[in-house]
Design a protein around this ligand. Structure first.
Ligand code: PMP
Length: 432
């Protein structure tokens, strides 16, 4: 049984100089927030001398495993050429070309640093293109921490209003009240709700912003035909369809969810797995829309660190490695599916009602009697406290996953890691 005394002590020490002792509020979920010395392949090495099999993967980026040789080699070789130069370099062209080959809807791209920023850019371009200001987002979906999208990501049911017409709920103190006026919150996976809202507000909606799979809430797949309906309804209303592929990108397949489901959005946003942990995000889209960022289009997108040499080298190396072995995605998915199935069996043995849903590459464990969850309200039936306890028990048994129940696979997770994880899950469930 692992213990985390040094992490707990370091967390206390950190809190004297870092607000809350962590640098992203998401990290409060783990107790104690763990301190690591290094990460390699599918493993983390913490300050207490523990080795953990990692299914957090930095909340998604490390698709090739931590410190992947295929990435850090080229990055190390690039370091001597400089980092941020506020000028152009050949790597940007190479990366843009590669992304155009991989992403079906990418005619033009722009690079930023974080997913939040790229979502921000997508909304600005959509507003510039349509001349409209409001947008549709879906209850339970997270698109970053900026003011205009940190709305109804995890609202309390007491303030969230009716399921069919949710009340927009701000998720942070300090957000201006007026951002609620710009957003229409809808239940996801509900074609009729989208149709009704777009009909009622047709001339006001600039964009429908959605994760193509609801990864941050239950890892909920789209119902058959739902993404196609979104595509059709957005076009009919003159609104742009924006796919937030920050998690699904390069994870549900090299071409992301849009290639997997065969739906082309007008704009899409990528981050995380694109550079295996180095900070780089991508706004990609159709030529006519992305042209708004060209000088005569007058939409501003900027950033000191955009297309810095280090992140571009990392992204190129990551995409080269991901593209080099076409069967690697199928192997990763198969291992993930074996893990999902094993977790279902373990739960049954221990009399737990555990729902395991999603894809081999990213899935969710939820303690709920429901046979499936399809939107935020049905996911909200899950017992969050029990999931947090399960994650803590898993950590004591050498496996790290997110306290909210989302598991990320990497191509560095082999059969031995899956077997060890299932044995640990068995012990963890016995401890519950
Ligand atoms: N969109 C989605 C779907 C995400 O999961 C995240 C991050 N978890 C973001 C946007 C924001 O990305 P970042 O944390 O890089 O700003």
């Amino acid at each position: 049984m692992l213990s985390f005394e040094k992490s707990a002590a370091l967390h206390e020490e950190a809190a004297r100089s870092v607000a809350g002792g962590v640098n992203s509020n998401v990290r409060y979920g783990e107790s104690p927030p763990l301190f690591f010395e290094r990460a390699e392949g599918p493993r983390l090495y913490d300050v207490d001398g523990n080795v953990l099999i990692d299914y957090v993967l930095g909340n998604g980026p490390a698709i090739l495993g931590h410190a992947a040789p295929a990435v850090i080699g080229p990055v190390a070789a690039s370091l001597g050429t400089g980092q941020s130069i506020a000028g152009q370099h050949g790597g940007e062209i190479a990366l843009a070309r590669r992304l155009k080959e991989i992403i079906p809807s990418a005619d033009l791209v722009r690079f930023s640093v974080s997913g939040s920023e790229a979502v921000h850019a997508a909304l600005r371009v959509a507003r510039g293109y349509t001349g409209r200001s409001r947008f549709i987002k879906f209850e339970g979906q997270y698109h970053g921490w900026l003011d205009n999208v940190l709305i109804s990501t995890k609202p309390g049911l007491n303030e969230a209003g009716p399921r069919d017409a949710p009340t927009p709920v701000l998720m942070s103190r300090g957000q201006p009240e007026r951002v609620k006026e710009e957003v229409v919150v809808l239940p996801w996976n509900d074609e009729e709700a989208l149709k009704g809202a777009l009909r009622a507000l047709e001339s006001e909606i600039a964009a429908v912003l959605t994760e193509p799979v609801m990864c941050n809430c239950g890892v909920i797949p789209p119902k058959p035909g739902y993404l196609a309906a979104m595509r059709r309804l957005a076009s009919e209303a003159g609104a742009l369809l924006i796919f937030d592929e920050v998690i699904t990108g390069f994870r549900l397949g090299l071409g992301g969810a849009q290639a997997r489901f065969g739906i082309a959005p007008d704009l899409s946003v990528f981050a995380k797995a694109v550079a295996n942990g180095f900070p780089l995000s991508v706004l990609a889209g159709k030529r006519a829309v992305m042209a708004l960022i060209e000088p005569k289009g007058q939409v501003v997108h900027s950033g000191t660190y955009n297309s810095n040499m280090t992140s571009v080298a990392a992204a190129l190396a990551t995409l080269n490695a991901l593209g080099a072995d076409p069967a690697a995605y199928a192997r990763m998915e198969a291992r993930g599916e074996r893990l999902m199935e094993g977790l279902r069996h373990a739960a049954k043995r221990h009399g737990e009602t555990l729902l395991v849903q999603g894809y081999g590459a990213v899935f969710c464990t939820l303690f709920t009697d429901a046979r499936e969850v399809v939107d935020f309200r049905s996911a909200a039936t899950a017992d969050v406290t029990r999931m947090t306890a399960f994650a803590a028990a898993l950590a004591r048994n050498g496996v790290r996953t997110t306290p909210r129940g989302v598991w990320f696979l990497s191509m560095a997770h082999g059969d031995a890691e899956i077997d060890a994880t299932l044995a640990a899950a068995d012990r963890a469930m016995a401890e519950l």
